[in-house]
Design a protein around this ligand. Structure first.
Ligand SMILES: Nc1ncnc2c1ncn2[C@@H]1O[C@H](COP(=O)(O)OP(=O)(O)OP(=O)(O)O)[C@@H](O)[C@H]1O
Ligand SMILES: [Mg+2]
Length: 382
């Protein structure tokens, strides 16, 4: 389970460290930083996929994603006595992301490249990375570190450092290029775990949504991010997953309805009062959205961490109670982060015994967590 998340210099998240629990509900007003938090987790998983630099570039590059305010706020700026203005930088430009679990932690620090005439001169570069054991980085528990092109790993038995002779490119993470089953097996382990984090963001349900298109079905223990394989994913739950939980979730949400998958792998729903099943093309947007959430949350191969962005979109308030129960069921097998605007969903989930409410607010353009004290965190230094 991930117990801490730290973000620095990313959009409105100037400096945020937070503890995570089993079920985490991120909420706050428009523009408070919820999507940025979601994106920051995504960027961390992109590191493990070897595409963090490309993802940052797709978001507009460091010039857009870096915190646009001053490096620090003085007390006078906070009280309004002085206008908010930039002061001379004391530290380098940097965007830092990190997390730790009970066993390992990881952090990355990205910055600007030295001036050059390259056509890629605006690409962010990876300056520092570190992997450590335990929750908090310290001098003694680092097991792998990277500074610029140099990386080194700690030998398993002796604990002595071994420098890697091969240089790392500034756009390659040590998580993808030093993770080796023999030398860097801990990196490999952590990387694979990060790769398995699962994100669902605005599953489409409009008339042309991928979920409504015909498909070829094969065993599908993990619903695709666009929901295109919904029929196969449901059939997989029926055949090798928790079928009782599936039936219970459908009964909880749609009184008297049953869900099935026909031999063309189309989802069908039998509703009370109708003479025939309705197929996926005929289902309403909210109904289809809910079915997609069922398939995502009851996956027979649950990830370590599942992150859902505004799952309540287009759902009637009556479905929010069942959705909270569905999430609670899923939380038996994985850790969950839910970004939500819905006060009803937030309130329902907050009753979960292991839930943690992350309420975001904005102060001088910066995201703050008014109800939480920052959890201890240490960044690797450049
Ligand atoms: N580089 C930046 N520096 C500082 N703030 C930024 C930067 N880029 C974007 N922002 C601001 O960060 C805030 C958080 O945006 P975000 O999209 O995370 O909000 P949100 O909580 O998801 O809002 P909504 O509920 O409207 O989706 C916005 O006000 C946005 O304008
Ligand atoms: Mg948002």
């Amino acid at each position: 389970m991930i117990t801490r998340l730290a973000i620095s210099g990313y959009r409105s998240l100037r400096d945020v460290t937070l503890a995570l629990g089993r079920v985490n509900i991120v909420t706050g007003a428009n523009g408070s930083g919820k999507s940025s938090l979601y994106r920051a987790l995504r960027l961390l998983s992109d590191v493990a996929q070897g595409r963090v630099v490309a993802s940052l570039a797709a978001e507009g590059g460091l010039s857009s994603t870096l915190w646009a305010g001053p490096e620090k706020f003085s007390r006078e700026m906070k009280s309004g006595q002085h206008p908010v203005q930039g002061t001379r930088r004391s530290g380098p430009v940097s965007l830092k992301l990190g997390f730790s679990a009970e066993d390992y932690g990881y952090a990355i620090d990205l910055g600007l490249p030295p001036p050059s005439s390259s056509r890629f001169a605006l690409d962010p570069v990876i300056k520092v990375e570190a992997v450590w054991t335990g929750e908090l980085l310290g001098r003694a528990n680092v097991i792998a570190e990277r500074h610029g092109a140099h990386s080194r790993l700690r030998e398993g038995k002796s604990g002595a450092w071994r420098d890697c002779t091969e240089h790392l490119s500034h756009f390659d993470s040590m998580m993808t290029h030093r993770a080796d089953p023999l030398d860097g097996w801990e990196l490999l382990l952590l990387r694979e775990r990060m790769r398995r984090w699962r994100f669902y963001d605005h599953l489409r349900t409009d008339r042309d949504a991928p979920a409504r298109r015909p498909q070829i079905g094969t065993f599908t223990p993990i619903l695709a991010a666009d929901g295109s394989d919904i029929g196969a994913a449901l059939q997989t739950i029926i055949e090798m997953g928790d079928r009782a939980a599936l039936d219970a979730a459908v009964a909880d949400a749609f009184d008297g309805a049953t869900l099935g998958v026909n031999d063309r792998f189309e989802v069908e729903m039998k509703q009370h009062g109708l003479l025939r099943e309705l197929n996926v093309a005929e289902l309403s947007e909210g109904t289809l959205r809910y079915i997609l959430l069922i398939a995502a949350l009851l996956s027979p191969r649950p990830p370590e961490l599942m992150i859902l962005n505004e799952p309540e979109a287009s759902l009637h308030p009556d479905l929010l109670g069942p959705l909270a129960r569905l999430v609670t069921k899923a939380a038996e097998h994985c850790q969950i982060v839910i970004v939500s605007h819905s006060s009803e969903l937030v309130a329902a989930l907050d009753r979960h015994p292991e839930s943690l409410l992350v309420r975001l607010e904005k102060e001088l353009g910066e995201t703050i967590l008014p109800d939480r004290s920052a959890s201890p965190w240490k960044w690797p230094t450049r």
